[in-house]
Design a protein around this ligand. Sequence first.
Ligand SMILES: Nc1nc2c(ncn2[C@@H]2O[C@H](COP(=O)(O)OP(=O)(O)OP(=O)(O)O)[C@@H](O)[C@H]2O)c(=O)[nH]1
Ligand SMILES: [Mg+2]
Length: 467
Amino acid sequence: MVQALGLATTPRASQDALTVPSERGVQSLFTDTAPATTQQAAAAALFFKTHIPLKSWTATEWRKQPHSDTSFLTPEVTFLGRSNSGKSSLLNAILLNPTLCRVGPKPGKTTTMHAWALGPHDPKTKGARKGWQGDIEPKLTVLDMPGYGHGSQRDWGEEIMKYLTTRRQLRRAFVLVNPAHGMKKQDLQMLELLRRHTIPHQLIATKCDHDSVKRLPELLFEIQNQIKSHFGSGKAGPLLLTINDILAVAGLGDGQANKRVKASHMRGLSDVRWAVLRAAGLEEYAMALFANGGLPPKKKSAQAVQPATEDESKDEENIMAHPDFRSFIPRDAPEDGPNSEENIRALPETRRFTPSAPTETRTTTPAIQPTASSTKAAQQSKIRSIQTANERRVPSTEYPVRRNPPTPETGAQVSEASQPPNIGIGIDELMAMVTTPEDVRRAKDKRMQTGGRVRGPRASRQRLGRT
Ligand SMILES: Nc1nc2c(ncn2[C@@H]2O[C@H](COP(=O)(O)OP(=O)(O)OP(=O)(O)O)[C@@H](O)[C@H]2O)c(=O)[nH]1
Ligand SMILES: [Mg+2]
């Protein structure tokens, strides 16, 4: 059962086929999702090594993608955070390409959304890769976002708000926070927004290599306390489970743009990579890829795609058997062995995680039976559509699933536990988070009046007595 609960009981194999840089220096604290085992870390590293990022879209192009496009189904994860929190650096590090996203010491380096589609194509020809049987389909899209807060663009709020609230294939938003600065107002507002729209999210503490690293546990507790005191324990309680784990990364930048950072200085990347794969539902794929020595995992035969059984609709049992069962343990679960099955079963019913009501597809869509197709390509696409349809039948129970409001046609209801708390935040509030160049200039003026040092032409003019 321990394994079924997703605990990291697998001893670290000393002789793994693929070795990954030692990244365990900074441990993730508060992990309800078990940290990646050595094998999982290696599988994740192999996935990002074999799936090369290609620019998929930028800025507002996401709106133009037709729904029939295959990219519509490609899972997406995004990286959010204040300007200069290290989003682009983290992306470069996990995607193993130090020059992919522009990085700079000044806030506001990234000015628009960039989406990278990760597919198993040849990086030179961008076509099919040898040994991959022509498969170039992107498996995952990762997004680099402009930062909010100081130094950001005025149009940040509106566009990204629209993206976040309407993008259906968005599987998880990683919110990056510098623990030395703690949770700022904008970060808490961002969490409110994510909760309100039940967008799965997870915190990542960045730049943990600085002096702050010695005080890291203390700083992370502080972050957790800030979140707790901000949200309280009311109706938002169950949703607190979505940010149970704070991952920590370090050594991803040195203050100089595009300078290669030594891999040995990086910490915590494995856990982030694994979390990305988990968010996109690619763990099995990555492990199969790893087991297959970096070649495409063997596809399941059409027969292997079974229709959902009646048992699968029993949510309670599904949750118990779910490898991420630990994610559902409420924060204030009994202290003594909180992850033991007895303790979880001992929790009152109301305290257990209740999954949302069945999706419209589970009740209305019959399981799709595969049929023989004439061509291989047609067969493969058929299998894919069956898998997708069947996957939709049982929604992910790890995080509250975002869905449309219940419609009179389908009658689908959203259970109370998954109802977003009624926290008011809209475009206006988000716009207020954004600092304009005027704001920055005004802040500089203020600092000058109060005797603060200001750099730049105005300061030089002042020094030369020309003002
Ligand atoms: N020391 C240290 N510096 C880091 C780390 N990660 C990023 N940096 C530095 O922090 C600065 C900002 O990094 P970016 O990746 O550009 O930050 P960003 O969040 O993308 O910033 P915007 O694009 O402005 O929103 C750069 O100078 C990086 O070199 C880290 O883990 N440790
Ligand atoms: Mg950036």
